[in-house]
Design a protein around this ligand. Structure first.
Ligand code: BES
Ligand code: ZN
Ligand code: ZN
Length: 517
């Protein structure tokens, strides 16, 4: 889809559909809509008075051949309450408008930027919305409905002086949305088309395309290094594991910058292993590599955004299957860190592969660790499918991350990490066990297990089990992979204050709670 700018007078734009946001308020229409209203002889006011133009969030009114407009159609999209309208809502409006118009066969769209948001931020959000809204998981459909494809999306409502600023914002928006869609493509792949080896190959190709350094460790190297926890999970499958490492190094390194280690769970299929999952819903476990795909998407974006510090991604990729070689409940594994783990449930495999990846990231010099994983069903019990769970050992890191989540329009909620939970993960026979002996708090005890491997290094963990997959389509999104986490991580990294040392040492569990609007 082409994205262009239009700095002319909006009545003169020629194309299939012009889109404008309409606030939920009884007051006057915004100035540009007032102009359209008077040109059209009061069409908009009449609709408002008839109660058909409510402005309620994502309410759509589509008008044809509005007098005074060259455009064939005018789509008025509800923006909701003006005091709640910001970038996340604008991104959603753009995505929903595009999806609505696409379903009607519209091919060219102009989106009128709303007046109350700084122009560059608005242009970036609208670009992201359009590209994310346009995404479809149709790779395996032989009938792709080609006549319903938007050819061009135009950002309108700017003047000539703003052109350069808006162009840069559109470029940024494109980099971010394409990274998120890259992640979604990987997550939507079925496990027969995305084995650990294929995931590694896809990461390598992306790295070559975007100038990242890449290293793929095979089974032999993984064993030589001593990643006993990761290898134990991979053993049950005939498909060999891969450990993916991507490195971004800046042209100019800022003084006293942290080295970020982005660790993502890369289980390309999770059957549960010997502790097998029920058949119902098992097909969804192809998305158990969403955390890994998130980190690959983030790397794809940041290499195009000029960061002044080093970032590395680590994705331990394996299948969790059962076979005569598979690990069994009661087995004890020695992790790369040297810590021993009693495996009481082979379905709690994510924490095993992440344990070794966190240790390896530290060995390679990472001073700040962030992991993303579809780690627990318990996070779905706690937060449903709306918020991702955040766990952090460092209050400053957490605060910055929550601010980025809010700015990026991704819902995340901070969870506790009291030291007392660590007791529940101690084994009688080994250093740790991989599941807690108690009912309840499963997302927290899983996080505490990971924390034992992050040790003193500042660390943040994202449990995206409930948010990485949409069972039903939304007005602004296709069903399937959501790409959650990509935008927040990109925002966090691109806004990280350089020249400042990384947050040092863990702080007590009493970290601030999630900030909600
Ligand atoms: N991949 C699952 C977690 C998951 C659940 C992801 C639902 C997406 C949706 C993970 O490996 C797992 O199976 N966890 C177990 C842990 C349990 C055995 C302690 C779980 O959550 O049931
Ligand atoms: Zn599992
Ligand atoms: Zn899993």
């Amino acid at each position: 889809m082409d994205i262009t700018l239009f700095a002319g007078s909006i009545e003169t734009w020629k194309g299939d559909a012009l889109v404008a946001c309409i606030p939920e308020s009884k007051d006057q229409l915004p100035p540009l809509l007032q102009q359209i209203d008077s040109l059209s002889g009061g069409r908009l006011r009449n609709l408002q008075q008839a109660g058909e133009l409510t402005g309620q969030s994502l309410d759509m009114v589509l008008l044809h051949h509005v007098p005074g407009l060259v455009a064939n159609r005018l789509l008025l999209v509800g923006a909701g309450k003006p005091e709640k309208f910001g970038l996340p809502e604008l991104r959603k409006v753009a995505a929903a408008a595009l999806r609505h118009l696409k379903s009607k066969g519209v091919r060219t769209i102009a989106f009128l930027l709303p007046p109350d948001i700084p122009i560059a931020d608005a242009a970036q959000a609208v670009t992201e919305g359009a590209l994310l809204g346009d995404y479809e998981a149709d790779k395996y459909k032989t009938d792709k409905n080609d006549q319903k494809k938007v050819a061009a999306f135009t950002v309108a409502g700017l003047d000539g002086d703003q052109q350069a600023e808006v162009e840069a914002a559109v470029r940024r928006g494109r980099v971010i949305a394409e990274a998120q869609n890259f992640t979604r493509d990987l997550v939507n792949e079925p496990s027969n088309a995305l084995t650990p080896r294929i995931l590694a190959q896809r990461a390598l190709e992306m790295a070559q395309q975007f100038g990242l350094e890449a290293e793929i460790l095979d089974e032999k190297r993984i064993a030589e290094l001593g990643m006993g926890a990761f290898l134990a999970v991979a053993r049950g499958s005939d498909e060999p594991p891969r450990f993916i490492i991507l490195r971004y190094s800046p042209r100019e390194l800022a003084a006293s910058a942290p080295v970020f280690g982005l660790v993502g769970k890369g289980i390309t299929f999770d059957s549960g292993g010997i502790s097998i999952k029920p058949a119902e819903g098992m097909e969804k476990m192809k998305y158990d590599m969403a955390g890994g795909a998130t980190m690959l998407g983030v790397m794809r974006a940041i290499t195009q955004l000029n960061l002044p510090f080093r970032v590395m991604a680590f994705v331990p990729a394996a299948e969790n299957l059962m076979s005569g070689r598979a690990q069994k409940p009661g087995d004890i594994q020695t992790s790369l860190s040297g810590k021993t783990i009693e495996v009481l449930n082979t379905d709690a495999e994510g924490r095993l592969v992440l344990a070794d990846a966190l240790t390896y990231a530290k060995r390679l010099g990472c001073t700040c660790l962030i992991d993303a994983a579809t780690l627990t069903g318990a996070i779905v019990v706690a937060l449903g499918n709306l918020n991702a769970g955040i766990f952090a050992s460092d209050a400053v890191l957490l605060e910055r991350f929550l601010a980025s989540a809010q700015a990026a329009g991704e819902k995340m909620w901070s969870m506790p990490l009291d030291e007392e939970y660590a007791e529940l993960m101690k084994s009688h026979i080994a250093d740790l066990k991989n599941i807690s002996g108690q009912r309840g708090g499963g997302a927290i005890t899983a996080a505490m297990f990971l924390k034992a491997f992050a040790e003193e290094t500042p660390w943040l963990h994202l449990d995206i089990a409930g948010t990485a997959w949409l069972d039903d389509p939304k007005p602004w999104s296709a069903r399937g992979a959501s790409g959650i986490g990509v935008r927040t991580l990109i925002h966090f990294l691109t806004h990280y204050p350089v020249g400042q040392a990384p947050p040092d040492g863990p702080t007590p569990a009493s970290v601030p709670r999630g900030v909600k609007s």
